[in-house]
Design a protein around this ligand. Structure first.
Ligand code: G3P
Ligand code: CA
Length: 340
């Protein structure tokens, strides 16, 4: 996949800091993104949502309960979606203390009271410092946010992360602050699980590389009776039939991605160890078996795998040829790739 990677302007063996360095600091907060940047991640990953007053923010879950004190601050609204809160309301929440309670060994008093970040704040972190990570932006539950792809395009253009001006350093480039750093192709990557959002992203930003995320339930093993084991069917016959169905479904998935402008796919990995930190209901799915990685490459698609933190898993999947990982543990992946 190295050639494919270079064609898209995406670093090969990409280190994608999943919600920042979310192993060491509360996910999607300033210290998580600052740590990922300082360590040398290629990309800061974020999940894009939109507030009631139209602000783009970096937040993963559908509700605020797991990673903020919403139940204290807005007890009546703890189950409400992000889209029902204004940015000012979100900024009242403590998005760091949960981490200290959940991970005492990695707790820090400075994590208390951390704020939810806007896309603008994550962008300015990416532009600051000595390293220049890109942004790897997921449109999250985009059906909740009609038009969010156009909002994102407008935002990226305004800040020169895409468009003609993005390909060269602005005249006022400041060597010291790195404000105005030259944005190269591949500096921003767009990702989504939703086929409809991929279509919208492609329509809005055809020149920006896109990744279709893959998960079970959207076609891999079709949830249809035809692949259930028949009572009189031998296990061998069933598995043979299932394999054919799976290969066809996977091929269909890849073909959809390819024909709608994606440069790659983001399948889920099986993790050999999991501490229950993240929503892990799909972590048993290995959607990057060797034949799947091979098929993706044969169709000209990159493979970025989510979400992998353990050295033995980096090894297993790298041996199958995947081109990069979403990881919570930036330093572990950099070490695996032999980067300082
Ligand atoms: O974006 C890749 C990976 O982050 C997808 O899963 O649920 O962590 O956004 P999730
Ligand atoms: Ca994500």
């Amino acid at each position: 996949g190295k050639r494919l990677s270079e064609q898209s302007g995406i670093p090969w063996h990409a280190v994608i800091a999943h919600r920042g360095d979310s192993f060491d600091a509360p996910e999607s907060t300033r210290p998580a993104y600052l740590l990922a940047r300082a360590l040398g991640a290629d990309y800061l990953e974020l999940d894009l949502q939109r507030t009631k007053d139209g602000q783009l923010v970096a937040f993963h879950d559908d509700t605020l309960k797991r990673t903020t004190n919403v139940e204290e601050v807005f007890p009546e609204r703890a189950d409400d979606p992000i889209s029902s809160f204004t940015l000012a309301e979100l900024k009242q929440l403590d998005a760091g203390s949960w981490f200290n309670e959940r991970y005492p060994a990695r707790a820090r008093s400075s994590y208390k009271g951390l704020k939810i970040l806007t896309l603008d704040e994550v962008r300015s972190i990416a532009e600051g410092g000595d390293n220049h990570p890109g942004l790897y932006i997921e449109t999250k539950v985009p059906k909740q946010f009609p038009g969010i792809e156009a909002d994102l395009k407008a935002y990226l253009e305004t800040h020169h992360w895409m468009g003609d001006q993005a390909l060269q350093a602005p005249k006022n480039f400041d060597q010291k602050s790195h404000v105005g750093v030259a944005f190269t192709p591949g500096r921003v990557v767009l990702q989504t699980f939703e086929k409809s959002s991929l279509v919208n992203l492609q329509q809005q930003m055809p020149e920006v590389p896109k990744i279709l995320l893959l998960w079970l339930g959207d076609g891999y093993i079709p949830a249809d009776e035809s692949i259930r084991k028949g009572e009189d069917e031998s296990a061998a016959d069933f598995y043979a039939r299932e394999q054919v169905a799976s290969q066809q479904a996977y091929a269909d998935w890849l073909d959809f991605a390819k024909s709608n402008g994606a440069v790659g796919v983001g399948p889920s990995a099986v993790q050999s160890e999991h501490d229950g930190k993240f929503s892990s209901q799909f972590s048993y799915m290995d959607l990057a078996k060797r034949w799947m990685v091979d098929m993706s490459h044969e169709k000209g698609l990159l493979v970025h795998l989510y979400t992998v933190d353990q050295p033995q898993d980096f090894r297993t999947y790298s041996n199958r040829g995947v081109d990069g990982f979403f990881t919570n543990h930036t330093s572990a992946l950099l070490q695996f790739y032999g980067r300082p």
